[in-house]
Design a protein around this ligand. Sequence first.
Ligand code: DQA
Length: 156
Amino acid sequence: MRKLSIVNGPNTNFFGIRNKEQYGSVTYESMMEEAVAYGEQRGFAVEVFQSNGEGPLIDYLQKLYHEAQAAGSAIPVVINPGAFTHYSIALMDALESVHDLVPAVEVHLSNVHAREEFRHVSWTARECIGQIAGFGKEGYKLAIDAFKALEAEGRI
Ligand code: DQA
């Protein structure tokens, strides 16, 4: 089974606790459980990584790159970079660095384009295949479906 990673940035582990109007009341843990089960049904071995720090997220993406290189096949990433989306050039550079072997789709639970202006900018999405925003926890599944479609087309 091809590996797929779900990577979550700062404060995503507080989904279900923080700002329920934006993010709903489903906990981070059950959201991830559902996404992992969905990915496995679609034929991916799903790994989840969450960190509140920029460095560990970058280290993890670089680790995936080496893993994909050793395995000789790309490892797709579904990433919700949290607030790093809007200002982390370091995370953008990391996504650019690994892109050939670790292609990413960006996910946001909320529709960032309908919120404060600073959320309309995504540095990280520039280095992703695309962005899915506004569908709540379903966004993770939509991103997995996107990779399934790309896989069928031989694009990953
Ligand atoms: C978020 C949107 C970001 O603007 C915010 O900083 C988050 C969550 C989302 O999933 O909607 O932490 O990434």
